[in-house]
Design a binder for this molecule. Structure first.
Ligand SMILES: *Cc1c(COP(=O)(O)O)cnc(C)c1O
Length: 224
């Protein structure tokens, strides 16, 4: 585990260097879907402090079994009826894809006496199989969501289309950064095991890395 983490940190540093960026500005989020709590604790011991889960049910079962020092981000599709759990369990919710969902999160954050940091999920390629707002809908949605007292919009997140040839994904990363800059936000959650270096070159501030840290998952695991 320590060796894998060191390798990933070295690749992050090299990518940041190529882009003239400080690697300290980039969060390595360890994606722990299907990973047992013991292994999450091992990663925590080895220096990963923040983890990502994509299913509320799995997170609810797992988080209490991991050291309370771990921080958690939600990265999967969130249904409105699970907003309450998400607010209780997660420091940051990456997957706000509608004003309606934002309002639901705001309601539960208020009841919990908390301000909930969130990212807006953007579906850049318009893929029907993926969640997220259309890029052209983001500015208006952001304006409404920023009026919600208990939500703090920190940035944008995307899961770009899969491409055999990694370079084909670069324009999507670039597009998300341009949208983020246009909106004056800070965080860019983009890049996974196979393309996090390119995402860093294009400005990612949070990379979501699962299999490169914890090993390949079983096939037929849905993306979220
Ligand atoms: C599973 C998942 C990841 C991590 O994918 P890897 O290829 O295993 O690094 C990142 N983001 C989301 C939204 C995911 O569901």
């Amino acid at each position: 585990m320590t060796e894998r983490i060191e390798q990933i940190r070295a690749r992050m540093a090299a990518a940041a260097g190529r882009a003239g960026r400080d690697v300290g500005d980039i969060l390595l989020l360890g994606v722990t879907k299907t990973v047992v709590p013991e292994l999450v604790d091992e990663a925590l011991q080895a220096g990963i402090g923040t983890f990502g889960e994509n299913k509320i049910q799995e997170a609810k079962a797992k988080i209490p079994l991991v050291s309370s020092r771990a921080r958690w981000h939600f990265i999967g599709h969130l249904q409105s009826n699970k907003a309450r759990d998400a607010v209780q369990l997660f420091d940051v919710i990456h997957s706000v894809d509608s004003v309606k969902l934002a309002e639901e999160i705001d309601k539960w954050a208020e009841r919990a006496g908390k301000t909930q940091p969130v990212l807006l999920e953007v579906n850049l390629a318009g893929e029907a199989s993926k969640h997220g707002m259309k890029p052209e809908d983001v500015p208006a949605a952001l304006e409404r969501i920023q009026q919600l007292a208990r939500l703090e919009v920190r940035g944008l997140m995307t899961v770009p289309p899969y491409a055999e040839e990694a370079e084909k994904v670069r324009p999507y990363f670039r597009q998300l950064r341009e949208l983020r800059d246009q909106l004056g936000l800070r965080e860019l959650s983009m890049g996974m095991s196979h393309d996090f270096e390119m995402a860093i070159e294009e400005g990612a501030t949070i990379i979501r890395v699962g299999s490169a840290l914890f090993g390949e998952r079983k096939k037929h695991e849905p993306a979220d």
